[in-house]
Design a protein around this ligand. Structure first.
Ligand code: NDP
Length: 240
């Protein structure tokens, strides 16, 4: 039987590309999303992928949402924690709400999804968790103390949970994308974006499909010895 994969924020941008790639690789894919029903309807119409709406930053809603997926689709074998938001501002202008909301969704979402799905993977002896971090969690970014802290937290979360899952066939890895041409990056002002592209050795923005291919490898059988790692996919913008 096909393995079941949940992709949070799976209806647009990078998440949608991940859904399509995992479906092509033979997984039964479920996309979670927050509120944009039109994008969810479009994904469902184009691919037949089932979409479930809940806020991954809400602990109870996430536990209930994943339980519904398990009941209606099957036990969850793969979680891709992709849902993320930005609320950019320099620190002296950033509100507590901007800080908290980014931490709640970007980092809290990973905890909530793992709480819902990791115990079952551990019991069944196989699982894959892939967390989408960011180049800005590795290198920091002006005007993003909230986002950089949450994404950096994802990298620590990944390494800690990888140690807990290793003996049970559950791998936990992260991908740190550079700048990818999605709605999130479309929100960056043009002059800022031009300066960013000038710093990318490959000379262009990345494509969502390029992140999806990395996720697909980490979710595959072939990646069973890869755990606690961070795969940087950033056109050479940040190397270490
Ligand atoms: P988009 O803004 O294009 O899409 C975000 C997706 O996340 C949407 O499906 C959205 O749902 C969903 N989402 C947002 N908040 C929640 C929530 N509370 N609960 C459930 N789903 C939610 O983002 P990208 O595709 O650009 O980014 C995807 C991931 O990659 C993010 O984690 C981002 O931080 C990371 N990333 C992106 C980079 C880029 O250059 N684009 C670079 C580095 C990292 P809805 O449509 O319903 O709002």
């Amino acid at each position: 039987m096909a393995r079941v994969a949940i992709v949070t924020g799976g209806t647009r941008g990078i998440g949608r590309a991940i859904c399509e790639k995992l479906q092509a690789d033979g997984f039964t894919v479920v996309a979670n999303y927050a509120g944009n029903d039109a994008a969810a309807d479009q994904l469902k119409a184009d691919t037949g992928i089932r979409c479930y709406k809940w806020d991954v930053g809400d602990h109870e809603a996430t536990i209930a949402g994943c339980a519904r997926v398990a009941e209606e689709v099957g036990p969850v074998d793969v979680v891709v924690n992709n849902a993320g938001i930005t609320r950019d501002a320099v620190l002296h202008k950033m509100s507590y709400d901007d800080w908290h909301e980014v931490m709640r969704i970007n980092l809290g979402g990973c905890f909530n999804m793992a709480k819902a799905c990791f115990p079952g993977m551990r019991e069944r002896g196989w699982g894959r968790i892939v967390n989408i971090g960011s180049i800005n969690g590795q290198a920091g970014q002006y005007g993003q103390v909230n986002y950089a802290a949450a994404k950096s937290g994802i990298h620590g979360f990944t390494k800690a949970l990888a140690q807990e899952g290793a003996k049970f066939g559950v791998t936990v890895n992260a991908i740190a994308p550079g700048y990818i041409d999605t709605d999130m990056v479309a929100a960056v002002p043009e002059p800022v974006l031009e300066k960013i592209i000038a710093k990318i050795p490959v000379g262009r923005l990345g494509h969502a499909e390029e992140i999806a291919r990395g996720v697909a490898f980490l979710c595959s059988e072939d990646a069973g010895f890869v755990t606690g790692s961070t795969m940087s996919i950033n056109g050479g913008q940040h190397m270490y």
